[in-house]
Ligand binder design. Structure first.
Ligand SMILES: Cc1cc2nc3c(=O)[nH]c(=O)nc-3n(C[C@H](O)[C@H](O)[C@H](O)COP(=O)(O)OP(=O)(O)OC[C@H]3O[C@@H](n4cnc5c(N)ncnc54)[C@H](O)[C@@H]3O)c2cc1C
Length: 360
């Protein structure tokens, strides 16, 4: 089987989904390939900041997000020894400290305007395996489902396939990775009835423990541990570790006892950031985490992915091609801000303890 399309986008995360919508609305024929069988299966950050909110509003997508369900954070609290000692409120104009949107809601809302469009082709459960090239440039991808392998020919291949990008690898685009000295343990617990939509932080043995209230009645627990230390932790008894969470947030004792009972109830996330040496050339292009992986700090990654897509959609030519000069223009326009945000993440991580302990 063979398919022909103007633009082949690999990865239906926030970057790939928004780019697809904006290009289909411009009249281009777009094929969006996603390895998961449903939208929103792969893990990604779920807090939208002011910038992401503005992009969604600008493209008339915010109403669809609101309809599906979202939860603005009304304040951030720092807790010590079971009590809150510092509260940060949003400024009046923004009105929130980030908005939680379940990823499947966000992606469905972004794709809603084009989902029935004849020039849009969403291939779920389809993995990109390789790039197709001629003498001069990339001309498409080799894709695979459980049943078949096929070629998708396109004028441009966009790698929006996240931090472990296969497009980046197959295009032989070098990248540099930075470790940040920590990994993250994640768990989701039910939200007690009187729990307000807030972000709560505690400092445990010099490490950040964060609770993110979520839409759909949950709390996401994010607990920093030393990089590579999880195998060591898993050999230790579980109860003393989890007792620290209950001591920090006594109101959660019952739900934690009912839902986080062993190391297996945590998911380990390898935290790193990266930056591709260049973001594309000769018919292939990277954006979002594939070009510049972000850590969770400051919730910049998802939002940067949306900004990338917004900007890239404006510089792809009417016939669906993207010249090397335009690729360089895109990178030049975005790289300064991305470098700034990646530095900001490192700064925030390095100064977390002193900022946490400062009373004002
Ligand atoms: C623990 C953690 C928490 C975070 N929290 C936040 C937050 O709150 N706010 C925030 O802004 N950012 C957050 N981030 C960062 C954020 O998740 C990413 O920056 C963002 O998801 C990048 O979007 P993307 O579309 O580029 O890639 P992704 O969201 O990674 O999407 C890539 C998509 O490509 C698909 N794919 C991969 N390979 C293939 C293939 N070969 N073929 C087909 N499909 C493929 C994947 O299934 C996936 O759907 C967090 C990151 C981490 C690690």
């Amino acid at each position: 089987m063979e398919k022909t399309t103007d633009i082949c986008i690999v990865g239906a995360g926030p970057a790939g989904a928004l780019l697809a919508t904006l290009l289909v609305q411009r009249g281009l024929d777009v094929t969006l390939i996603e390895s998961s069988a449903a939208l929103g299966k792969a893990f990604r950050g779920e807090h939208i900041n002011e910038q992401g909110e503005a992009i969604l509003a600008q493209h008339n997508l915010l109403a669809a997000v609101k309809r599906r369900g979202m939860l603005p954070m009304t304040r951030l609290e720092n807790w010590k020894d079971g009590t809150c000692y510092k509260t940060i409120f949003p400024d009046a104009e923004t009105g929130h400290l980030g908005i939680h949107v379940p990823q499947r809601f966000l992606l469905a809302a972004i794709l809603e305007p084009i989902i029935q469009a004849p020039n849009f082709h969403l291939l779920l459960g389809t993995r990109m395996r390789d790039l197709l090239t001629d003498d001069k440039q990339v001309i498409g991808v080799v894709a695979e489902t459980h049943h078949e392998r096929f070629h998708v020919y396109s004028k441009l291949v966009v790698g929006a396939d996240g931090r472990y990008s296969v497009v980046r690898k197959k295009a032989h685009i070098p990248y540099h990775t930075w470790e940040h000295g920590y990994d993250l343990l994640w768990a989701r617990i039910p939200r007690p009835k009187d729990w307000e939509p807030i972000i709560r932080m505690a400092l445990i043995d010099g490490k950040q423990l964060a609770l993110f209230t979520q839409a759909e009645g949950r709390i996401q627990v994010g607990w920093n541990i030393d990089k590579g230390s999880f195998p060591m932790w898993r050999k230790q008894p579980f109860e003393p570790f989890i007792a620290q969470l209950k001591k920090a947030f006594p109101a959660l004792t019952d739900v934690v006892d009912a839902t986080i009972t062993s190391w297996q109830d945590f998911v380990l996330l390898d935290v790193h950031s990266s930056y591709a040496d260049y973001w594309g050339r000769d018919g292939v292009m990277l954006l979002g985490d594939a070009a510049h992986t972000m850590t969770p700090t400051g919730a910049f990654g998802l939002n940067s992915a949306l900004v990338d897509a917004h900007y890239l959609a404006t510089i792809i030519a009417h016939d669906g091609t993207l010249s090397n000069a335009a690729i360089q223009q895109f990178e030049a326009a975005r790289s300064q801000m991305i470098h700034h945000l990646q530095q900001e993440q490192i700064r925030e991580e390095q100064h977390f303890v002193e900022q946490f302990e400062a009373v004002h």
